[in-house]
Design a protein around this ligand. Sequence first.
Ligand code: TRP
Length: 330
Amino acid sequence: MKSKKLTAVIGVLVLFLVVSFFTEKQDESKEELPTVGVLQYVSHPALDEIYRGIQDGLKESGYEDGKNMTIAFQNGQADQSKLATMSQQLIDKKADVLIGIATPAAQALANTTNEIPIILGAITDPVSAGLVASNDKPGDNITGVSDKSPVDAQFDLAIKLLPKASSVGILYSSAEENSKYQAAEAEKAAKALGLSAKSYVVPSSNEIAQTVQVMSGEVDFIYIPTDNTIANAMQTVVNEANKTKTPIIPSVDTMVEEGGLATVGINQYELGVQTGKMAADILSGKSEPATTPIYTFNTGDIIINEEQAQKLGVVIPENLKKEAKLVGAE
Ligand code: TRP
């Protein structure tokens, strides 16, 4: 009897040892999976879509989180010191490839390493942000995707929808290098169409509501670059502008969905997919950052918020209606 019990106990022990040996083995192999470190600047619908696209782009290229690769994700919540610490944390985790979503995140990563490859996730202008030497030949450890907006097409669309407009106010945050570049482009485009243009620069999100109130009294419509601070407060901008029926022409689809009137925009999800694919190619050794040109999109989709058009009393020309993706109407 006793010996039978003993055998049973020993049997269980052996089984336990065997099982734990194998699970440990598995854990060990997991540790060796390549790591993709992702740093997102802040949460707003466009950047969230980009991150979703990045995961799918990696997957389409054969890298699935938890299976044959690990994603280490951090969100800096628009805080410069968090961005710096998080960049260091991703490097401490031995990330094989880093992805920066939005300019301030990419800059934080670039300040932390010049060895680990960095893939830019939707950076307006990598050169003026000091990230690469040139878009064609980045030269160092950085390449990726630019989401440079089709600004001229956006202004062409604006005056088709708002033919009586004679002035535009450009709203952006002084903290973002990416917006300065695009605001200058917007001023040029506006002037070429005979519009007067004035920039309204907010030092932080606290001044947005009041600035939009001022703009509403001074300009015929508001233009918004791909500015993360403004995108993060889009609801506030829309609420204030709607009080005086001032139309908003933003530069991305997600901001039209949130109450902007219309834009010609690059699909944010697709930006992410492209970023994920480029990260996969670097990870697999297919390409190297120094010799991989920055990927740019040269077309955008026309997107119009029909409900907002009705609210503002804007008539959408029939030909545009056919061409555009309409959102916001029941
Ligand atoms: N281009 C922005 C940057 O360089 C990031 C960005 C991508 C963005 N899509 C956006 C900002 C949409 C605002 C709205 O930082």
